[in-house]
Every structure is written in C-alpha cells, then in structure tokens.
Design a protein around this ligand. Structure first.
Ligand SMILES: [Zn+2]
Length: 302
C-alpha cells in the first residue's frame, strides 16, 4: 500500500459514482479525522455517538448527492434519549455536529424513545439563499431507513442508504434512481436500481470502514460498468468566528449583552460545535455595539 492509498483510506472523502447506461447514481463516504473531531466535542455515551456518527456520514452523503453550493444539515430532534442531534456539511466539505442527550444515553433508537422524534433535512442554497426543509418521523426506524423514507416522500426518488459508525470512522453508501430525461423512468433504470440495491444490502460495516471506495464498489458491483469520480475531501471545520459572535451579541441588544457580563468582567460565549470560547469585556462590547467587532485578540481558545 502506498502512502497515497493510506492517505485516501484514512482520509475523509466523498466519492460519487454512476451506473453507465442507467439513471442510477451513488455516493460513498468515509469520515475519519473529521468524525473523530466531532466525537471528541463532548463525552458522548457510545450509543449516542453511534447515532451522531451515522448522522455525520449521512450529511456527507447528502452533500455529495445534492451537489450544490450551500449546505445540508441532518437534524434529529424530539427523542426521549437523543434530545437533539445536528450535523451539517457544506459544499466545500466542511462538516460539524453535536448531540444533546438525556439520562445515560443508552438506546436512542428504542421505539419508546422515538414517539415524538423527527428527522429534519435542511438544504440551504448559497446562490439563491433558498432554504428548504423536509421532515419525516423516526418512529420505530433507524436513521438510514428514515432517510430512505425522506427521499421517497419528499423527492420521489427511490433510494437505498447504509450508514455505520465506530470510534474511528463514520461511513455510508447511498444509491439512487434519478429521473431520466423527460422525467419518465425506464424499466431498465428501475431494474438497475433494484439490482444495485440488492447487492448493496450485502455490505458489511467493516468493508466500508476499512476498504477504499474503489475496492468496495468493485466487490459489490463486480459485473456492472461503473464510472467513479475523483474524491471530494471533507474536514472538520466550524463556521463560528469572532465576527459572528459579535453580530449575535449586537442582535441581542445593548442591555441584554451588558447584563450578560459575569463576575470576571467578561461575556463568555462557548461554541458547542468546536469548543472555542469567545470573551468580550465591557470595552469590547462598546465596540461591538458601535458596529465594530471588538478586539479579536480577546477570543480565548480552548
Ligand atoms: Zn465553533
């Protein structure tokens, strides 16, 4: 194995592929370091971390599938154990996420935990500023099945999804039958998709965790003519900044912002995605309220 192979394998990537001669496409993703950084954001119980990992892989799959400039988020809310799970992936491959849970965090997908839980997929397009959100219930399902249901209900696209996460990587595979030109699905497309879905159902977690994309695809679809595109790379990157926190304080208003000054003479804001801490003293706050961002040097970084 060359160093390049090892980098690709241990890296964080999105690979798109398509079945030649059919309107069936796919995405395969692996998040290594990016997932480990999301996971390190809190002391997550294993069962919660597993769901957050699957959500991380899902957000990268959707970003690879939708291919537009902007961002895609996968949000799970209202569970009795998993109160909130949120992961977003931008078209530049910047991913970040977090989860909040109750109790010991065990078994977030037990049916009794999900009676009011919903899965929200949000797509924000950069050029048009448009924001679209689709919701599906999570009742009695796992994340991959709920996402398949989302695509069938919201997009009318037959879709198969597999998601796995462990401590070191979060991985996923998506297959989708897309509309043919003129919008009429041919029997050939439907058959190709069913054939691909059946083969993909044999995927094992360790294959996606441990093998590079080409090897997985060659094993799964040995008889098929696939076109596999170059990888898009993914990394952990939080979009928080001193300027954004300053804008948030300004939006809060002068009285509330000053009232938030604590005993140490600082307003402290903690980003839960990346654990960075921002601090503003009264002089910084005056500058923020005047429309300046305050002294960037005052940001504390953990
Ligand atoms: Zn942050």
């Amino acid at each position: 194995m060359t160093d390049l192979d090892r980098d690709t394998l241990d890296g964080d990537w999105i690979r798109r592929f398509l079945f030649e001669g059919a309107n069936v496409r796919g995405v395969i993703v692996r998040l290594g370091a990016a997932w480990r950084q999301i996971r390190a954001g809190d002391s997550y119980p294993d069962a919660v971390a597993d769901v957050l990992g699957e959500m991380s892989a899902a957000s990268a799959l959707l970003a690879g599938d939708i291919r537009m400039s902007g961002k895609v988020s996968v949000q799970l809310r209202g569970g009795k154990v998993l109160k909130l799970g949120f992961v977003e992936c931008t078209s530049e491959g910047h991913v970040r996420g977090l989860a909040r849970w109750d109790g010991d965090g065990s078994d977030p997908f037990a049916p009794e935990s999900l009676s009011e839980a919903v899965l929200a997929i949000t797509i924000e397009r950069e050029e048009s500023g448009q924001r679209y959100q689709g919701l599906v219930p999570l009742e009695g399902a796992n994340l991959a099945l709920s996402l398949e249901r989302y695509f069938e209900q919201s997009e009318q696209l037959p879709t198969a999804i597999h998601l796995f996460a462990n401590e070191t990587s979060a991985v996923g595979l998506l297959l989708q039958q897309v509309p043919a030109e003129g919008g009429i699905a041919s029997e050939h497309d439907a058959l190709t998709f069913e054939h691909a879905r059946t083969l993909a159902a044999t995927i094992r977690a360790e294959e996606l965790h441990d093998l590079e994309a080409e090897t997985v695809l060659r094993r799964l679809f040995a008889e098929d003519d696939l076109r596999v595109f170059e990888p898009d790379f993914v990394r952990f990157q939080c979009s928080c900044s001193h300027e954004r926190v300053a804008a948030m304080l300004r939006a809060l208003g002068r009285d509330e912002a000053f009232a938030a000054i604590g005993d140490g003479g600082l307003v402290e804001v903690h980003c839960e995605f990346c654990n960075r801490r921002y601090a503003f003293d009264a002089v910084d706050l005056e500058a923020v309220m005047r429309g300046e961002t305050g002294a960037p040097g005052s940001a504390l970084q953990q």
